[in-house]
Design a protein around this ligand. Structure first.
Ligand SMILES: Cc1ncc(COP(=O)(O)O)c(C=O)c1O
Length: 388
């Protein structure tokens, strides 16, 4: 069993993860994404204030606030999953990894309907991509999801079903709905024992984010990558990319303290479910780790930290001041590093020194920023000018 260091309640480290490695993800997702008309690499922005605070050479934030026309990274997974699912449905006949071929292949499946459950971003991405491809979608949403997020899914012309159950239970409802109707297929971003093919495609789709980061860093390389964690699918993609490269990169996962299923599972040495309520980090409000992500989290995650709503909101304000319109899920990465570094053992556990480059994944746009139309630092300056 991997030794677990638990210096305090808010984080833990797994030293054995430093030596763990896995085969690399496929390279097709980036090819498919680059063919999309809305594709552009998202910005990687230096935050010198955080580098100074943490005593490292660079802190860079991968800003997913405008990804493929949506305010979160999730469409990366959806596009690639649909591409692979359509190919499987057509009996494995090769479909070229480009949007025109995907569109043509989708037209060959007349009764297709896409179904999912969501705590916000994944469902919006699925509804958006479905509309773009001319396919109907049905999206199940727990009623703790903010009304603005539900409205945004409806605007994509999805059939939205709002439910009183929590996220885990809503996923089960969506799965049952898709099973019960011909033509309906579940496109879920979490896995369980008998549902692992599609979530793996989604995880593979996220890899484009890391391919871009590698290109943007050039000769520089990350010492630590920090990712928000809900069910752990994004963390799985981070680990799959960075632990398949033969060079040591640490991965820190960050969860809300009210939905800390990964920290709890790591402590139990097996996947366990925790009860969830509501949190400003809506995208991370998940009670059960993905079954596919679990082996990666167990063996390849170097550390996990939990943060409070207040900590993540403070960090979001600080990132906004640095010109990055981060929502609470991505901003949690800043708070997570802070809570680990507050412990004397934290710096060594994260493998940081004065020469290190730290990458933070800001996975969504802040709702306030979305409302204000805040897009980048230039926009902020212009708005300041306009308001006076
Ligand atoms: C904004 C945001 N960040 C991070 C995540 C975490 O992803 P995962 O559930 O794969 O851990 C999500 C998931 O919905 C999200 O919406």
């Amino acid at each position: 069993m991997t030794p677990l260091i638990v210096p305090e309640h808010s984080w833990c480290a797994r030293p054995a993860a430093a030596d763990w490695s896995c085969p690399p993800p496929p390279s097709t997702p980036a090819e498919l994404h680059r063919s999309l008309p809305a594709y552009a690499a998202t910005p990687l922005t230096d935050v010198p204030g955080l580098a100074a605070e943490w005593g490292v050479r660079r802190v860079v934030v991968k800003d997913e606030s405008a990804r493929l026309g949506l305010p979160a990274f999730k469409a990366l997974g959806v596009y690639y999953a649909l591409y692979r699912m359509v190919q499987d449905h057509l009996g494995g006949a090769p479909v070229a990894p480009d949007i025109d071929s995907l569109r043509a292949a989708v037209r060959r499946i007349p009764d297709l309907e896409l179904v999912t459950a969501t705590d916000g971003n994944h469902g919006r991405a699925l509804a958006h991509v479905a509309r773009t491809l001319g396919v109907p979608s049905r999206i199940f949403v727990p009623d703790v999801v903010p009304q603005g997020a539900i409205d945004a899914i409806r605007k994509e012309r999805a059939d939205v079903v709002v439910r009183p159950e929590n996220y885990d239970e809503t996923v089960a409802l969506a799965a049952a709905d898709a099973r019960g109707r011909p033509g309906a297929v579940l496109v879920q971003d979490t896995a369980w024992e008998d549902y692992e093919i599609v979530p793996q495609y989604i995880v593979d789709g996220y890899s484009t984010m890391f391919v871009e980061i590698d290109e943007q860093l050039g000769a520089d390389r990350a010492a630590l990558v920090v990712t928000p964690v809900g069910v752990g699918s994004l963390a799985q993609a981070v680990i799959n990319h960075y632990k398949s490269r033969g060079r040591p990169v640490s991965v820190l996962g960050v969860e809300p303290d009210t939905a800390a299923c990964v920290l709890t599972s790591l402590r139990a040495e097996r996947p366990v479910s925790v009860p969830t309520g509501s949190t400003v980090m809506a995208g991370l409000n998940c009670g059960t780790p993905s079954s596919l992500a679990w082996p990666y989290l167990r063996d390849g995650l170097d550390a996990v930290a939990v943060v409070t709503d207040a900590q993540s909101l403070t960090a979001a304000r600080q990132l906004a001041d640095a010109g990055i319109p981060a929502g609470p899920c991505g901003a949690a990465c800043v708070s997570g590093v802070r809570s680990v570094l507050a412990d004397p053992a934290g710096r060594a556990a994260l493998g940081l020194d004065a020469g290190s480059v730290v990458v933070l994944l800001s996975t969504e746009k802040s709702r306030q920023a979305e409302h204000l139309g805040f897009r980048d630092e230039g926009d902020r300056e212009r708005r300041r000018g306009e308001t006076g």
